[in-house]
Design a protein around this ligand. Structure first.
Ligand code: F6P
Length: 473
């Protein structure tokens, strides 16, 4: 790998900036699978990402060519995308349209609704993708390997191939992929353009068989492309794309080392002080519609209503990271989560027992502490590409936690034998699963949790990326 240059392109990069009143910029390093994946590579690596805020834009302008050297990550180029273009591409197209299609989230009478304004948004999405393709075309050495990430950058593979036919391109979808009946919600030309954009890659990767099959189905149904299901290839306009399944897992050693740091131990001690020796049901999410937090809390309410033996003996820790609050749907969803949480506390809480602790803020060490302490981990998305919470929890569990898991999470395929599986829409079934999880004998819980942790760490990020790059040979 050392002799081939590798470029990674993603919307969100490994660093973000904040700007103090006196104009000083401070840099914050992010975590996540891609950062760990790159740590496993050596040689010439460049990560190209978007500027996500005014502070990022200021930082990109202050360094030559927007190129930064980030400790432990390497060279990062932040593209100085104009704020309006970025807003329309990221919020209006990527997160309000493509995300909603792949997660099958549209449920209001007047949405989706594609009009003249949507066309202008789409042009911004094209411009934003073209900015990435231009930067990659300029920075790539002859024969470089390019790993393009996710629905934000669906058009990049084809735009890049037009500019640089010599490079090898892989695209990875971290989300689910919608079946053709739902995908057809998109205007015909946009639906075609997204598929044809990804088909510019030599290899298109997905988290699970199910999402890969849905992509092949869309290529056949929408583009009438020639799909070979046995070889898992799509031929379209004289180019062949191989489709692969690469389910992202967690880096167990790195995660455990991070969880052993003093900020995590301090959070664990504070939480223990707060909840005493009560049993803990934990959930950790972004405040995201697809995560199904409201139905999860409704299930907890039903558990408390039906099984009063748990009153005073269990606490639900619901920790949520604020997400995409530029979008009204997300702000309204967060408010709905807060409303039902307050109702549960009012209905069941007493002076000596708060049944639910909901916190909506950004606190990674607190999440790691909660994983370590959980008796039950609830992961109930209505649809999810993989869901790494389902993998991080068992990996960090100290006493062996029971996992209540939605069958619609990508992680279900690898974890269904040892998790208690639920239909995410079935609140009563989820309530009973929580009850069953709380009652599970400690030995059984520990054994299942050990197997879940093995499944969770089976394809760590370093190998996940290396496999995709190897598929480009
Ligand atoms: O695949 C979805 C994804 O891009 C994840 O990689 C990430 O966890 C999440 O969405 C974050 O979204 P955003 O960058 O909009 O906060």
């Amino acid at each position: 790998m050392a002799d081939t240059q590798v470029l990674v392109a993603s919307n969100r990069g490994p660093v973000s900036f904040s700007l103090a009143d006196d104009g000083t910029l401070s840099m914050r390093r992010g975590g996540g699978g891609l950062v760990s994946a790159l740590a496993g590579l050596s040689g010439d690596i460049l990560w190209i990402c978007a500027t996500l805020s005014d502070a990022d834009r200021a930082a990109a302008r202050r360094v030559a060519d927007g190129r930064l050297d980030v400790p432990d990550v390497g060279a990062v180029r932040m593209l100085d995308i104009p704020a309006g273009t970025f807003h329309r591409a990221y919020n209006a197209v990527a997160n309000s349209t493509l995300w909603f299609v792949h997660h099958m989230l549209f449920d209001t009478p007047n949405k989706p609704h594609f009009d003249a304004r949507s066309r202008r948004d789409w042009q911004s999405y094209e411009a934003y993708n073209a900015a990435f393709a231009d930067a990659l075309a300029r920075d790539a050495s002859p024969g470089a390997k390019i790993a393009v990430q996710d629905y934000h950058l669906a058009l990049v593979p084809t735009l890049l191939r037009e500019r640089r036919p010599d490079v090898k391109i892989t695209h990875f979808s971290h989300t689910p992929w919608a079946p053709p009946e739902y995908y057809r919600l998109l205007p015909d030309d946009i639906g075609r353009q997204v598929l044809e954009g990804i088909l510019g890659a030599d290899h298109a990767g997905f988290q699970t068989e199910r999402w890969a099959e849905a992509f092949l189905d869309c290529c056949a149904a929408v583009l009438r492309a020639s799909v070979d299901r046995r070889a898992r290839t799509v031929s379209h306009r004289g180019h062949v794309t191989r489709v692969g399944v690469h389910g992202l897992g967690v880096d167990g050693d790195a995660l455990r080392a991070r969880a052993a740091e003093p900020d995590v131990t301090a959070r664990a001690a504070a939480l223990r002080e707060q909840v005493g020796d009560r049993r803990l049901i934990v959930r950790i999410d972004r405040t995201e519609l697809s995560k199904n937090i409201v139905r999860g809390l409704a299930a907890y309410r039903e558990l408390l209503a039906k099984h009063q033996e748990w009153h005073g003996r269990v606490v639900h820790l619901a920790f949520a990271y604020p997400s995409r609050h530029d979008l009204p749907e997300y702000r309204e969803y967060t408010a709905a989560v807060q409303r039902i949480a307050a109702e549960i506390s009012d209905e069941f809480g007493r002076d000596s027992w708060d049944p639910l602790i909901l916190q909506v803020n950004d606190d990674y060490p607190r999440s790691l502490a909660a994983y370590g302490m959980a008796d039950v981990l609830l992961v109930n998305p209505i649809r999810d590409g993989m869901n790494l919470v389902a993998k991080e929890g068992p990996t960090l569990s100290r006493n062996g936690c029971a996992l209540v898991l939605s069958g619609e999470a990508g992680a279900a395929g690898e974890m269904c034998d040892d998790a208690i599986m639920v239909n995410p829409y079935d609140v009563t079934q989820t309530a009973e699963a929580l009850h069953q999880a709380l009652l599970m004998p400690p030995d059984e819980r520990a054994e299942r949790c050990k197997r879940l942790a093995e499944a969770a760490t089976a394809l760590p990020p370093q190998r996940w990326l290396a496999d995709q790059l190897a598929a480009l040979r």
